[in-house]
Design a protein around this ligand. Structure first.
Ligand SMILES: Nc1ncnc2c1ncn2[C@@H]1O[C@H](COP(=O)(O)OP(=O)(O)OP(=O)(O)O)[C@@H](O)[C@H]1O
Ligand SMILES: [Mg+2]
Length: 589
């Protein structure tokens, strides 16, 4: 099914988006069959109760045979037992189905999100995505696991009791028939309003969640600026708006329920009135009227339940639609259908050919402008230049987080666009500008570089990065928990850990973006020596503001405004006397 976004909007007010759940339900057809089987049983039992009651009244009480009373009561018991067992079975299988379907949906959605490109994450808030993963799927779980079941059961009971009513007394049922359009109409009309309001309130919930997770993630900044009140007010505002949206939905739902109940019970009362006169006139037995009343109540109860869950279903449809939108996001950075194999081992030759690039969120400004650079295998090239010159962007492009607008980038002569991004990234170890550690222990953080690294390899990498000493001094050594984003380590320690992680990856291309900027001169020199040993036989791109860090590079590229303004060795550039000499004069003076 290929729908345009426009027609998706149009179907907003129906339960149509729930159809997209089918692929997730399909694998569990067995469970669906069991559920439906038990549903049929329990519905039969429910619908046969009024008949049992009728015979009990007319034959049991009305007749003069005391043993008949026993028989009918035993029959009633049997129906009750059957009803109990069938209901339990139905509940068990449909709840299990709901859990399984939603577990799969969440796994699929998460796996999908992880594969989306940087451009997507630059325009989306992580907290909002988490909200969709949790709040929206939760909504769906309640629908698949319970509301859908109630809806189906109520529909069956409603149809069944309608048929039974007609069979019990066609005349009375005829009266009841008039009520049906009066019931269906409000369900449809209000249901649409509920779906629209539900989507709005879920959006507001996602906003509030996103805001909370951002704030808690930056709690240090919040407290250091004493902005606790400011933040709690902002959150209150967001929650308040969500509450407001929810109130409007609940009001709608309540109005729907009230309308349905009034209409239904009004109809029942009217019909009973007529029926009571029939019994008095002797054209109907008391048992038959009891049976009729029980069916009418069953039917009315089901219609009420139906109107209630129908809005739940609409709500879930809103949630599914939002999930659908995420699942419909396609990464623009993907592997071609037939990716060129990257010849292993990778030599590490890198070529930027007249690359121009603008970030999607900054279309007016070129981050790279006609950037050309050829790096020999094993060469160490340093990128220097003022802040915002585009140095980190060069590394981003090499990792293919974005594709160039024009020009091309090659590794070992192969255009990055014809490679599988994952295969490319396997060959590159990056130490990013902001070290990012996970809320896990040191060992796990290190092993992120190579998941199956042996303990010896891990310690060797930590030693090279001057991290072994402080890691072993932690309370539980390498097993110490580092806190959220590694906050339990100092800035320089975090950097050393991230360097060790990259070393452990042992990739032929090494990218260091301000990797040693937070270190004191002594540890920087020590790491520098380790890194220089490592750079042997690898292609390395180093970014550093401290020129002392890069002066031994084979070649220094001076960048400004996304362009190369000069290149050469430290001595060449000093002799040339341009931007580099100016920067060097400021730093070494
Ligand atoms: N994700 C992004 N979205 C939009 N614009 C960006 C993004 N990242 C960087 N930029 C912009 O692109 C330009 C180049 O940024 P880049 O990060 O490459 O600079 P840099 O040379 O690494 O600077 P620094 O030395 O401060 O790290 C800057 O003007 C920056 O504002
Ligand atoms: Mg940078």
């Amino acid at each position: 099914m290929s729908e345009t976004p426009k027609s998706k909007r149009a179907s907003l007010s129906t339960a149509a988006p729930l159809k997209r759940l089918w692929p997730f339900v399909r694998p569990y057809r067995g469970l669906v069959a069991l559920w439906l089987g038990f549903l049929a049983l329990s519905s039969t039992a429910t619908l046969s109760l009024p008949v049992a009651v009728r015979f009990m009244i007319d034959r049991g009480f009305g007749g003069n045979d005391p043993s008949a009373v026993d028989r009918w009561f035993l029959g009633l018991m049997a129906v009750a037992v059957l009803l109990g067992l069938a209901t339990a079975g139905r509940f068990y299988f449909v709840s299990l189905l709901g859990e399984k379907v939603i577990a799969d949906l969440r796994k699929t959605l998460y796996a999908h999100l992880l594969r989306l490109d940087m451009a997507f994450f630059e325009r989306t808030r992580a907290g909002e995505l988490v909200s969709r993963l949790s709040a929206d799927t939760e909504l769906l779980r309640s629908v698949v696991g319970s509301s859908a079941s109630v809806a189906l059961r109520s529909t069956i009971t409603l149809l069944g009791s309608a048929a039974a009513l007609a069979w019990t007394s066609p005349r009375l049922a005829g009266f009841a028939l008039i009520g049906i359009p009066l019931i269906v109409l409000p369900i449809v009309v209000f249901g649409r309003g509920v779906a629209k309001r539900s989507r709005a309130s879920q959006d507001r919930v996602a906003d509030a969640n996103a805001r909370a997770s951002e704030t808690l993630g930056a709690i240090h900044t919040v407290q250091s600026y004493a902005r606790e009140n400011h933040e709690s007010n902002r959150f209150s505002d967001a929650v308040q708006i969500a509450l407001h949206a929810a109130r409007s939905r609940i009001g709608m739902q309540a109005a729907l329920t009230a309308t349905v109940i009034v209409v239904i019970f009004g109809a029942i009362t009217a019909v009973l009135w007529v029926g009571a006169k029939d019994v008095i006139a002797g054209t109907m037995t008391a048992g038959a009227l009891s049976q009729f009343v029980l069916y009418a109540m069953l039917g009315a109860g089901s219609a009420g339940a139906l109107s209630e869950v129908w809005s739940e279903v609409q709500r879930a449809a809103g949630g599914m639609q939002r999930i659908e939108e995420l699942l419909a996001e396609t990464p623009s950075i993907t592997a071609p259908t037939q990716p060129s194999p990257l010849p292993l081992p990778v030599r590490g030759e890198i070529r930027f050919d007249a690359v121009s690039f603008r970030y999607p969120s900054r279309p007016d400004q070129a981050a790279l402008d006609d950037f050309s650079l050829h790096i020999q295998p094993g060469e160490t090239v340093a990128l220097v230049g003022p802040s915002g010159a585009g140095k980190s962007t060069v590394l981003q492009m090499l990792l293919r987080f974005h594709d160039p607008a024009s020009g091309r980038i090659c590794v070992d002569g192969i255009d990055l666009r014809s490679l599988d991004p994952a295969a490319l990234r396997e060959q590159i170890a990056l130490v990013p500008q902001d070290p990012l550690l996970f809320a896990a222990d040191a060992l796990e953080n290190l092993r992120y570089g190579r998941l199956l690294a042996s303990p010896d390899d891990v310690t060797a990498a930590a030693r090279s990065a001057e991290a072994h000493e402080f890691l072993s001094a932690l309370p539980e050594g390498y097993q110490s928990f580092l806190g959220e984003r590694g906050v339990r380590l100092s800035g320089g320690q975090q950097q050393r850990l991230v360097i060790a992680r990259a070393l452990l990856k042992d990739a032929p291309i090494l990218l260091l973006d301000e990797a040693t900027s937070a270190l004191d001169a002594q540890s920087e020199r020590a790491i520098q020596q380790a890194l220089e040993r490592l750079m042997q036989g690898r292609t390395t791109l180093v970014i550093a503001h401290r020129l002392a860090t890069v002066r031994r590079a084979d070649r220094i590229i001076v960048m400004d405004h996304g362009r190369i303004v000069a290149q050469g060795t430290h001595d060449d550039l000093m002799a040339e006397g341009g931007l580099y000499a100016e920067l060097a004069r400021l730093q070494f003076a």
